[in-house]
Design a protein around this ligand. Structure first.
Ligand SMILES: *Cc1c(COP(=O)(O)O)cnc(C)c1O
Ligand code: SF4
Length: 336
């Protein structure tokens, strides 16, 4: 019997993801023009305040033209409200700098270490909690992983390695291969988890060479997608998810609860249903990290709780994400 490889199910004529990456929209006026929203240009903040607009064209294609409240647009469009200082909203909202153990290694929770694998993202999300993180100094890939792997070797309690960022799938596949070779010396690491937004915002990244790498990894594999709204899915995202599962990965999703984007029970239930249709289970629904510039996205805890309860009344338990907040110094994410 001939079994199709996961890659074979993806279109052979798909454009190279690096070209799509480079051709992302980075100009707010252009984005608004593409959506027929030119009249909003005067309401944008001047300059980029160190966190530029960036969004792949395929993701723009999933936005509703003419709708200034589109839930995908609001995730990427700079707002004047970002410039208002709000007490309690700070640069390092979750204590990342204090949890740093080696170059690019964050270790907060038992058994799991997180590598800041890359400082780049295909999309810049306005609510991002790492928007002020000093990536230049802190990516584990920068020194061919040596420091990070040497550190992990000293701690046999670590059984799960988490690749995060930035977006770890921003790395070239040969960089990931280099990491995999280093992991061969770490018998205590049995699981690799990848937190990424790329299969959703740039599904072309899930190409043949990447899938071959993933499939060959002699570890258990978990991929945590970051999608916040059902509209982020389309046929290309579904195909990427199918291919990832075909390469042996368990797929989970974490979302951030965002005012004006997904803070209603219908949107949250639709997200869970859409995730499951793509073969992805909801994992976490995060309360916003209180990072400078993101206060306008915050939903208070009482409402967050009521929203998740409303979803619970509507959906099977396995489609209800865990509502959590990250609190610096805690031994795990904090359930609400
Ligand atoms: C969120 C996070 C994890 C993962 O936590 P889980 O509850 O296992 O999903 C691990 N390490 C760090 C530093 C984190 O911020
Ligand atoms: S780290 Fe994640 S949330 Fe932040 S900008 Fe990159 S993709 Fe968006």
């Amino acid at each position: 019997m001939i079994t199709a490889s996961p890659a074979a199910r993806l279109s052979p004529s798909a454009p190279d993801w690096r070209d799509l990456w480079r051709s992302a929209v980075t100009d707010a006026d252009e984005l608004l023009r593409m959506l027929g929203l030119d009249h909003l240009a005067g309401m944008l903040p001047p300059g980029d305040a160190g966190f530029a607009l960036r969004v792949p064209r395929g993701f723009v294609a999933r936005m509703r033209p003419g709708d200034p409240r589109d839930p995908l647009l609001l995730q990427v469009l700079p707002q004047l409200a970002e410039r208002d200082p709000v007490p309690g909203f700070v640069a390092d909202a979750v204590g990342d700098l204090a949890a740093r153990e080696a170059r690019g290694v964050l270790h907060k929770y038992h058994g799991r270490a997180l590598l800041i694998a890359s400082g780049s993202c295909a999309v810049n999300c306005r609510y991002c909690f790492r928007r002020h993180f000093p990536y230049g100094e802190e990516t584990a890939a920068a020194g061919q992983w040596r420091q990070a792997l040497a550190h992990l070797r000293t701690d046999p309690s670590i059984s799960e390695l988490i690749l995060s960022g930035g977006d770890p799938l921003a790395l070239a596949t040969h960089k990931l291969e280099e990491l995999a070779r280093g992991l061969a010396d770490l018998p205590h690491v049995t699981r690799l988890r990848i937190h990424t937004r790329l299969p959703v915002v740039l599904p072309e990244r899930i190409d043949g060479p990447f899938l071959a790498w993933l499939q060959a990894l002699p570890l258990q594999k978990v991929i945590v997608l970051h999608a916040n709204h059902a509209n982020e899915f389309d046929g290309a995202v579904d195909a990427a998810c199918t291919a990832l599962r075909g390469a042996g990965a368990t797929l989970l999703n974490q979302a951030v609860l965002l005012r004006g984007i997904n803070d209603d029970a219908d949107a949250l239930a639709a997200l869970s249903e859409r995730l499951f249709a793509a073969g992805v289970l909801p994992y976490y629904l995060h309360q916003l990290d209180r990072v400078q510039g993101a206060a306008h996205f915050e939903v208070d805890d009482a409402r967050a709780h009521a929203l998740v309860e409303a979803v619970r009344r509507r959906l099977p338990g396995y489609l209800v994400p865990r509502l959590v907040r990250e609190v610096a110094g805690d031994a795990s994410k904090r359930p609400l």
